[in-house]
Ligand binder design. Structure first.
Ligand SMILES: [Zn+2]
Length: 333
């Protein structure tokens, strides 16, 4: 049985390997949000001239594409805004930027506001130059107007760990798709009208066995156990995260503690895209690292979490939270 599962996973790897190359030409995937029209105005909360220039350059890049028109407003109460934070812990651990989709909705389920964030502390720590910070800003504006991530290997401003790429044709095609959503789909949008945070990390671990192998190498600690306590922190939206306590049953790597406390992004009130908040009683494998305050965090939210689903032919099977792939316990350490 174990052999069969491994084989199955290898096939998935091959498939996603093929799609990664082609994805740059096909439109960047969309998320479930859009503004009513292909335009929106936002308030720039950043006070530094440096970051105001970055947001302005990013706005101009989108406007030049003609697919969406961003404008600025002096209205401080605008539900759409661009801002910066300087944080290294909680949901911001290793995060370069973030988008807060669904700040508000109209009666048809169209988004009426979205927050766009850059994290100065991480951009500085990893020495992003001004052009690269602008690329991250264009990326956050892309999430805000309705784009999701492109594949890990894509040449796209929506590459999940984008630093190098400015706006590309695939992104423009994706945005066109967002704003040609048929009216009938609006009802679906309305039913999904809940805010989400999309957190952009310094590294991305693509969702297949290669990504899992890489995250295994980078994790200082890998343990299996049962979640016993889950405490949400709601400083919206700057620090939406949950502190989890795990009673450890197996130590695969690193810390040998019987219980461990770690943070993950998001809470039950506001999810992080491609992740979900762990619940007490759940059996999980988690891949952890330490933040500058010495606290453990699960690496890249959903990418570092695996939930025990069931046992088949003596193998415990775990579902990868970010992409729902199934792994045996042996593949996770
Ligand atoms: Zn992103």
């Amino acid at each position: 049985m174990k052999k069969t599962i491994t084989l199955f996973t290898c096939c998935l790897v091959l498939l996603s390997g093929v799609s990664a190359g082609a994805a740059t030409k096909s439109p960047t995937p969309v998320n479930k949000y859009r503004y009513a029209k292909k335009k929106a105005s936002y308030y720039t909360k950043s006070t530094s001239k440096y970051y105001r220039t970055i947001w302005n350059d990013s706005r101009k890049a989108w406007n030049k594409s003609k697919v969406f028109k961003w404008s600025t407003t002096k209205n401080k109460k605008s539900r759409s805004y661009a801002t910066t934070v300087s944080r290294t812990t909680g949901v911001w651990t290793n995060a370069t930027g973030m988008a807060y989709n669904g700040k508000g909705f109209d009666s048809k389920g169209n988004q009426t506001g979205a927050g766009m964030y850059l994290n100065r502390a991480i951009l500085k720590k990893y020495q992003y130059n001004k052009k690269q910070r602008t690329n991250v800003a264009i990326h956050e504006m892309g999430h805000a107007l309705g784009l999701s991530h492109n594949n890990a290997g894509s040449v796209s401003v929506m590459n999940p760990a984008n630093r190098r790429y400015a706006l590309r044709n695939c992104d423009i095609k994706g945005a066109k798709k967002v704003y040609s959503t048929p009216a009938a789909t609006r009802a679906t949008l309305a039913s999904a009208a809940k805010p989400t945070l999309t957190v952009d990390h310094i590294h991305d671990y693509s969702n297949n066995i290669y990504g899992v192998e890489k995250i295994k190498q980078d994790a200082g600690t890998i343990v299996e156990g049962t979640i016993t306590k889950s405490v949400a922190h709601h400083t919206a939206p700057q620090n939406y995260y949950t502190t989890q306590t795990i009673k450890v049953s197996e130590h695969f790597k690193g810390a040998k503690n019987q219980t461990l406390t770690f943070t993950q992004g998001g809470t039950t009130e506001m999810a992080v895209a491609d992740s979900e908040v762990l619940h007490p009683g759940e059996d999980v494998v988690v891949m952890l690292a330490k933040n500058p305050n010495g606290q453990y965090y699960v690496i890249n939210d959903g990418q570092g979490m695996f939930i025990d689903t069931h046992t088949s032919n003596g193998n415990e099977l775990f579902e990868h939270v970010s992409d729902h792939g199934i792994y045996t316990e042996g593949m996770l350490h």
